[in-house]
Design a protein around this ligand. Structure first.
Ligand code: ATP
Length: 427
């Protein structure tokens, strides 16, 4: 049986992955967990999300399905933040039958849940149509993520990474986390690039320890179970209640759609779009940097490097009109939120300077408003300033926001076979 769960937490506490971790231990009584649990990130633009739009799936081999379902439901009832208005849990139990139609339909649903916006009614209809036992609480929105996670479990051929999550003991939830910073840096130094997003070196930030009042103590992301477990072993901290390694679509860019043109893009969707800078970057109130990009059909969109992207903004500010770029990111409020940017070609940049005296080769001085330029010493004159091409302080290449600003789904350059880390501002 595959169990999919979503929407059990609120900003005040809990985390759906913690519920998953508890069930992984407790369900051993009724069967055998047959594969790593899944931590699936769905459409990152969904406004109902608490934090990272995550859902989970557990694969269990059991001959007591009713007991498994009853136990999972009772744990959701006891642990979910039911009182929160935005918590609408959903759980589904996909039976262990070789149902090609179910596998196919849920696989498609999963792909759409990552890239598109789905409805609660659509999820309920699909569960009914496929005869999948399920239970929803309140408005049942969690059914969307729960079904999607099962779709991911049934179709495991997607690009994937791993995350080791350590959970806090319940008596300290909501208090300041105690994790030794030096040990975190050591974990990173010893295991990067097989692990990533543990720290943000450029901005001197610890990324793997959350600040919200949920049960997570830290999370280590990486390319294999061994790598994330090895890295976690370096971390010195308060007591850990339990830990789990998840298989996940984090760091895969699964949310991005190749856009055929700016006119086709939609709000709450994420894209890879090619174009040319049509309005140079401008820093607006709050420190956000905005530029406009035009595609080959002449359509335009604003692209933003928001304040949390920190040092990435300095790179974006160097772009000028005419630079050819490819941007990766989500669309909201008619603006594309840049996650990565490829600079394909640089436009010529020119500067006006005073003309050079043909005799002494020094720069002439202005002779007064509207009177051109002259060299006092040689008595030479020129009518106007000269325009000269200046070198661009920018290299073509692919750049990313720093780890502290990275979306869970965004694929880090370290996973893209990019060798020259010198080029990239995140480390
Ligand atoms: P956490 O990361 O702490 O587990 P969260 O950020 O995952 O929390 P949820 O509380 O799970 O947030 O809320 C997200 C809600 O959005 C869920 O009910 C989920 O079913 C729903 N949802 C997920 N993907 C989509 C989608 N593509 N379209 C519509 N609703 C979605």
């Amino acid at each position: 049986m595959i169990i999919g769960i979503d929407d059990t937490d609120s900003r005040d506490g809990m985390c759906t992955t913690y519920l998953c971790a508890v069930l992984l231990d407790e369900l051993e009584e009724y069967g055998t967990i047959t594969s790593l649990p899944l931590l699936m990130r769905l459409n990152p633009t969904i406004p109902y999300k608490t934090r990272g739009n995550a859902s989970v799936a557990i694969n269990i081999d059991t001959d007591q399905p009713q007991k498994v379902m009853d136990h999972a439901i009772s744990r959701i009832e006891s642990l979910a933040e039911m009182a929160s208005e935005t918590t609408n849990p959903g759980v589904v139990f996909v039976p262990d039958k070789d149902h090609e139609r179910t596998r196919h339909a849920l696989g498609e649903f999963f792909n759409r849940a990552v890239t598109d916006v789905l409805s609660i009614d659509g999820a309920k209809e699909l569960a009914r149509d496929l005869d999948i036992p399920h239970k929803s609480f309140k408005n049942g929105r969690g059914l969307i993520g729960a079904l999607a996670a099962c779709g991911a479990m049934l179709n495991c051929d997607w690009d994937h990474t791993y995350e080791y999550i350590a959970y806090r003991e319940q008596n300290v939830w909501g208090t300041l986390r105690s994790v030794d910073k030096t040990s975190i840096h050591k974990a990173d130094m010893e295991t990067y690039p097989a692990t990533w997003d543990t720290v943000d070196c450029a901005n001197d930030l610890i990324v793997c320890v959350p600040h919200s009042p949920d049960p997570v103590l830290f999370g280590i992301r990486g390319k294999s179970v061994e790598d994330v477990t090895h890295a976690a072993g370096f971390i010195e901290s308060e007591p850990i209640e339990r830990s789990v390694v998840y298989r996940t679509n984090q760091g895969t860019d699964m949310h991005l759609i190749h856009a055929t043109g700016i006119s086709n893009i939609k709000e709450m969707h994420s894209y890879i779009i090619e174009g040319t800078v049509s309005r140079a970057p401008e820093t607006i109130q709050g420190g956000h940097v905005i530029l406009s990009m035009r595609d080959s059909k002449g359509d335009e969109i604003d692209c933003a490097a928001y304040e949390p992207t920190k040092n990435f903004r300095a790179l974006v500010r160097k772009l000028i009109e005419g630079d050819e770029i490819v941007v990766y990111g989500s669309v909201g409020g008619n603006t594309l939120n840049i996650e990565k940017i490829q600079i394909r070609s640089l436009a010529a940049k020119s500067e006006t300077q005073n003309p050079v005296c043909p005799s002494c080769k020094k720069r002439m001085k202005s002779a007064g408003v509207g009177q051109g330029y002259r060299c006092k010493k040689c008595k030479t004159k020129a009518d106007s300033a000269v325009s000269i091409e200046v070198e661009r302080d920018l290299e073509i290449g692919l750049y990313e926001v720093p780890p502290s600003a990275r979306r869970h789904l965004a694929k880090p350059l370290v996973r893209m076979g990019v060798q020259d880390f010198e080029l990239f501002p995140s480390r």
